[in-house]
Design a protein around this ligand. Sequence first.
Ligand SMILES: [Zn+2]
Length: 272
Amino acid sequence: MDRRRRLAILTAFLCAIVATGTIFRMRERSEAQKSASAAPPAAFSRIVDLGHALGPDNPAWPGDDKPFEAVENASFEKDGYFTRKFTSLEHFGTHLDAPAHFIKGAWTVDQIPTERLYGPAVVLDVQVDSRANADYLLSTEKITQWEARHGRIPHGSIVVMRTGWAERWPDTARYRNMDAAKLMHFPGYSVEAVKVLIDRGVYGLTIDTLSVDYGPSKDFPVHHISHGAGLFHVENLADLSALPESGAYLVVAPIKLEGGSGGPARVFALLP
Ligand SMILES: [Zn+2]
């Protein structure tokens, strides 16, 4: 081996050491950024309610008869105080789907770990697409575009698909958007996009329509895949216009119903 060759090998070896160190530092930095962006905000400018009030006029899933009732239990006139008794389907109004909704033995609503119920809001805006096509399915390009603007989706995020459909609430006919064949038409998540979001380690999928699976769906593939990966959903979110694409923080507080497949939820956004 001549001197020049030995020198070249030595140089390559030193470059490899330097490169490994750089990659290691880069990885350390990205982990730190990840945990920084996933951490709850120390301060926020205002809090926004992202839920509809639960009541008898909320649009129900087709076929769900008598989804909600509230009757007086005690009155000021008779008892000196006021209480009601209410009955509601678990999946009615602004509500959470627990993984047990589609996966036997998975977390019921009371079992979802608390740390999964809050996180950075990743807002994917598809209002233009949804106006042009009621059967719009979230494309993976929307995720690519979001990440180009805001960086990789942080682990532990909660995804918000903003379709603009809440504008139709509480008009049941417009909200379901059923055709003559009784097939509904509203936007939802695609299987491809959900696979990417699961890969990013998100904890929940939320939407301002009746379901995370789009209206015409009959077999609910998104429910199967995302609940199978331990994700929860929130459906029937209210007006999402106050949310920035990135920078808001979500707090999802479902009813702690023992053994429930889901249930009514309060959802708040903390705005930067
Ligand atoms: Zn549901």
